[in-house]
Design a protein around this ligand. Sequence first.
Ligand SMILES: CC(=O)SCCNC(=O)CCNC(=O)[C@H](O)C(C)(C)COP(=O)(O)OP(=O)(O)OC[C@H]1O[C@@H](n2cnc3c(N)ncnc32)[C@H](O)[C@@H]1OP(=O)(O)O
Ligand SMILES: CC(C)C(=O)C(=O)O
Ligand SMILES: [Mg+2]
Length: 525
Amino acid sequence: MTTDPNSTEVRVSDADRVVIFDTTLRDGEQCPGATMTYEEKLEVAECLDQMGVDIIEAGFPIASDGDFEAVSAIAGRVKNATVAGLARAVFADIDRAGDAVKHAKRGRIHTFVSTSPIHLAHQMRKTEAEVLEIITATVTRARNLVEDVEWSAMDATRTGIDYLCQCVDAAIKAGATTINLPDTVGYATPEEYAAMFRMVRERVPSSDKVRFSTHCHNDLGLAVANSLAALDGGARQIECTINGIGERAGNAALEEIVMAIKTRADRLPYATGIDATMLSRASRLVSAVTNFPVQYNKAIVGRNAFAHESGIHQDGILKYQQTYEIMTPESVGVGKSSLVMGKHSGRNAFRSKLKELGYELGENAFEDAFVRFKSLADRKKHVYDEDIEALVDEGIAHMHDRMKVVSLTVIAGNMGPQSATLTLDIDGVQHTVQSAGNGPVDSIFNAIKLLVPHEAKLDLYQVHAVTEGTDAQAEVSVRLEEGGRVVTGRGADTDTMVASARAYVSALNKLLVKRQKTARVQQAL
Ligand SMILES: CC(=O)SCCNC(=O)CCNC(=O)[C@H](O)C(C)(C)COP(=O)(O)OP(=O)(O)OC[C@H]1O[C@@H](n2cnc3c(N)ncnc32)[C@H](O)[C@@H]1OP(=O)(O)O
Ligand SMILES: CC(C)C(=O)C(=O)O
Ligand SMILES: [Mg+2]
C-alpha cells in the first residue's frame, strides 16, 4: 500500500473514470443562509470549471427569475463543463430549465420525482402507477429539448427495490442518459447503498446504456462514505458540493471525495478530472461568498488539516513528513504544513521555530527559553511568533542581571488601598517586601524602591500589546534617569503588572552596570 498521492501504482481505465457533478450552486445554495448573488455564482462557476468539474448544476431555473438568469449566464460562459438546470417532474419546470441551458456548449436537464412510499403518500399524493406515467412523460419532454437528461428518484433509499427498478426502467426507456439514486434524507449506510446500485443495475435491462449517479446527504455523517461505496455498486457519477454545504447537514464534500480517491488509489481504483491543487481556493471562495465558515478541523480544507501542535507529531513531521500526513498540503493547494507552537509542543519543534525566527541559542539559553515558552503557553491560548521573539529577547537581555523578579502579588481595584507584595532575587538572595501606592503600578515601583533604594527619576512608562486578544502579552518599557545617566528597561508578560515590575527591574539592572562602569572610570583617573 502507498500513501503517496502522486503514486501511479494503480492504473484506471475509462470505465473507472468518476464524473464529478458539482451542485454547490443548487443544493449547496439550499442550505439556510447560503444564498449567493448573481455575480458570486458566476465567480464560483468559473472556479469550478477551471478546477475540472465535469458538470455544474447551476440552479433551479423555475425557482425565480434570478435563478434562471444565473443558470443562463453560467451556461453561456462556462468553457468546459456541462451545465445542468434542475426541474421538477412538471412540464413548466422542464421547459424553463431547457431554456436556461440552451446556450451551453453542453446543457443538461436534471429532472426528479419522488419514488418512496412516504413521499408519494404525503407529499406528491399520487399512486405508484401515476408517478410511473409522470416519469415517462417528463423525461420524454426533457429529451425532446436536450440530448443530455438526468433523472433522479427522490428519496431512492427509502423506496422499495421493485418499484425503484420499474421507475429506473421507465426513465431509461424515455431517454434518460444519467440515472441518479439519491440518499435524499441521509438515511443509508455504505453497504446497503452500494447494494442498491448493484441490484438496480442487475435488474434493469438497459442499465449498461446509462451512467449511474450518487447524491448523498450528510444527516448521519455518512455522505462521503456512501458516495464512495456506491462506486463499488457501479455508480460513476458523484454529486457533491464544495465544503459539503447543502440542505440540512449538507451534501457529500467534493474535496473529500476527490482526495479519498486520489490518496487511496489502492482501495478506490478510480480517477476524477479534478485539479486537486485548486481545492483550497474553491473552498475559500465558497466560504467567502456564502459567509459560511469552514470548520477548523474540516478534512482537506480546514485550517487545521495540515497543522500540528503536539510535540510528538511535530517531531515526526520535522523528521519525515509522511509520519503524520497522508497527503501533502501542496497537493490540495495549501502552502505548507504548519507547526503550531503551544503547550503540547516539544523541544524539537521549538528549536526549529527559533531557527526559523533567526535565533541560535546555546544549550542553557535554549533550555531557559523553552521553560519560559511552556509557562507562557500554559497561560496563553495562541503563542505567536512575536510572543516567542519577545520571550527570547527578554531572556537574552536579562541573562546577566543581578536582580530578578521572583514573584508579585498586586491588590488593585477601586476599593483601595492598592498594594504590591514583591519578591526580588538580588545577587542570589531572595527579599520580599510589601508596599502601598497610588494604584497598582505605583505600588510595585514603591516596593522595588524599598528593596533597591535609588534616586533615579521615572522618565517614561509605556505599555503595548505584543499580539492581539485579551490574553496577549504586554510589553512594558520603563525609562529611568539618574545623574545624567538614562537607561531603558523592557519586560513582557501576559500580566501587565508583572511586565511592569520586570521592566523597572531591568532598567535598574542597567543602571547598576552604568554606575559600576562610571566608578571604574573614576578609579582609573
Ligand atoms: C431534494 C431537493 O433538494 S428538491 C429541490 C428543493 N429545492 C427547492 O425547493 C428550491 C426551489 N423551490 C422553489 O422555488 C419552489 O418550491 C418551487 C418554485 C419549485 C415551487 O413553488 P410552489 O409552486 O409555490 O410550490 P411549493 O414549494 O409550495 O410546493 C411544492 C410543490 O411541488 C410538488 N413537488 C415536489 N417535488 C416535485 C417533483 N419532483 N415533481 C413534481 N412536483 C413536485 C409538491 O408536491 C408541491 O405540490 P402542491 O403545491 O401541489 O402540493
Ligand atoms: C433533487 C435531488 C437530486 C436532491 O437534491 C436530493 O434528492 O437530495
Ligand atoms: Mg439533495
